[in-house]
Design a protein around this ligand. Sequence first.
Ligand code: FMN
Length: 281
Amino acid sequence: MAPGLAMLGFGHIEVGTITPRPQAGNPKPRIYRLPKDEALINRMGFPNDGVKAVVSRLRAMNQVERPYVLGVSLGKQKNTALENAAADYASILEEVFPYADYLAINVSSPNTPELRKLQGSNYLGQLLDSLMAVNRVLSTKHGQAKRPLLIKISPDLSWPEVDDIVQTAIDKHVDGVIAANTTIERNGLKDANQAQAGGLSGPPLALRSTQIIRHISKQTNGRLPIIGVGGIRTAADVQAKVDAGASLVQLYTALVYEGPRLPGRILRELSNNGNVVNRQT
Ligand SMILES: Cc1cc2nc3c(=O)[nH]c(=O)nc-3n(C[C@H](O)[C@H](O)[C@H](O)COP(=O)(O)O)c2cc1C
């Protein structure tokens, strides 16, 4: 799937979130359109084939030179206790290290019970310590550079919580932050499907995500790289994230509504507006 997505114009692709062992995710239906809001609500719960199966796909993808940057998103198994979560993340890092250009540490999905608690300083510091240590060992073992580790955060954090995470990220020498994941807020929506449980994505998330990016960028004087995500649908949405301090952007929901021509359209619009569009292809 990633090579096909890259052909649409994406310069980087993030796969996952994956867990150590296969898991089925939540019962279907587990994803809903909110057409009146151009939004989605999902409660997928990390359905995936487990790290071993994913590694064999990643290995096949890496047999040819890739014209795109590949990130892998790491999560914990639903039934792993928070106290043992670090071992889940570390074991995935060990397996995917040779094939991934960067790792997204997903501690912000609303669909795995308690996962978001890993953003709290009592867990996050320890999680990052153990991932950093494993990253160092793997770098030596493979004779390759350490992989950039980025924390993906929730848009539902308070400002003090964001500040705590940013401080921990800096203290632990994390490479960046991905802001933001889906929200459990339901403000200002029109569609009846807003009553569904799960994480909301798309335009209703755009402003909050941009505010978080701007806040982090200001707090860190732009020194902590930020991947901006949430409600991007147009070149203007990309520009808003970049102006707020994002150095890279991602989108998901708009692709569902707008279809495969969307990335090309955004890239053309950005370059017509005089932007230098950094593409791998
Ligand atoms: C169906 C669906 C599944 C998602 N699964 C994941 C996931 O496994 N891990 C993750 O970090 N984010 C996941 N997300 C969140 C997106 O990566 C993104 O942060 C969010 O949707 C906001 O961006 P958007 O408004 O462009 O969709 C998912 C989003 C959707 C719609």
